[in-house]
Design a protein around this ligand. Structure first.
Ligand SMILES: C[S@@+](CC[C@H](N)C(=O)[O-])C[C@H]1O[C@@H](n2cnc3c(N)ncnc32)[C@H](O)[C@@H]1O
Length: 209
């Protein structure tokens, strides 16, 4: 999994325009006007140990900013599954990252999707989803699907934008996520990202819900 396909400046520009176009037409599903930075991608998997046989799930890989970083750090034998809701982006991912598995669907369906590919519980779920732009019911369904798909010692990583810290939807999301996981492993701010973001890390999916 360590082969690297460099992204050309033209591809980066195309990705940025693709994002902007999607943001203008469907802001709720993209949640950002610009793809995430490499620094945010690195922070999303900082200090995580992945080993052969582990299942790693990525929500909303989009144009692949986190996928690229994951691919570089995953040892061979890791079972990667990217779940992307946007049909066109899903097709691009399949072409751009040959050998990696991408499912066209929604993160709400993670348990069924893992089952479909005969994969066990995930050791790591990395989310690029725009939770703050989602209605509370969708946040809840995705978090429920995540906690029931995660290995008891697995980790869930997500991020929020600093600018949206006081947004009621972000506050609701942070309350909800702490109900679904028993342990909040901390957060890390990435100011080099545009816009600056905070990585949130959770473990020990709650069995009470
Ligand atoms: C903010 S973009 C993040 C893309 C990329 N990870 C990044 O950080 O640059 C959000 C992505 O989540 C996808 N998405 C939105 N809702 C989703 C859902 N319910 N399930 C899976 N993917 C979803 C969007 O299509 C989009 O590609």
């Amino acid at each position: 999994m360590n082969s690297q396909t460099p992204t050309t400046p033209l591809e980066q520009l195309q990705d940025a325009f693709h994002f902007l176009g999607r943001f203008l037409t469907r802001p709720g599903t993209i949640g950002s006007i610009w793809p995430s930075s490499r620094q945010l991608g690195e922070a999303m998997i900082d200090k995580l140990l992945m080993k052969s046989g582990d299942v790693v799930v990525e929500y909303g890989p989009g144009t692949g900013s986190f996928t690229r970083v994951l691919r570089e750090h995953m040892p061979s034998g890791v079972e990667y599954l990217g779940i992307e809701h946007d049909r066109e982006l899903h097709q691009k991912l399949v072409v751009r990252f040959p050998g990696m598995r991408f499912h066209h669907g929604s993160a709400e369906e993670t348990p069924e999707i893992l089952n479909h590919y005969r994969l066990g519980r995930a050791k790591l779920v990395v989310s690029g989803l725009p939770f703050a732009n989602m209605p509370p019911s969708l946040q809840e369904r995705i978090l429920r699907a995540t906690s029931s798909s995660l290995h008891p010692h697995g980790t869930f990583r997500t991020f929020t934008y600093l600018l949206s810290t006081l947004n009621p939807s972000t506050i609701h999301f942070r309350r909800l996520v702490s109900e679904h996981f028993e342990k909040h492993q901390g957060s890390r701010t990435v100011i080099q990202n545009f816009p600056p973001a905070r990585v949130l890390s959770y473990s020990n999916p709650s069995s009470k819900l």
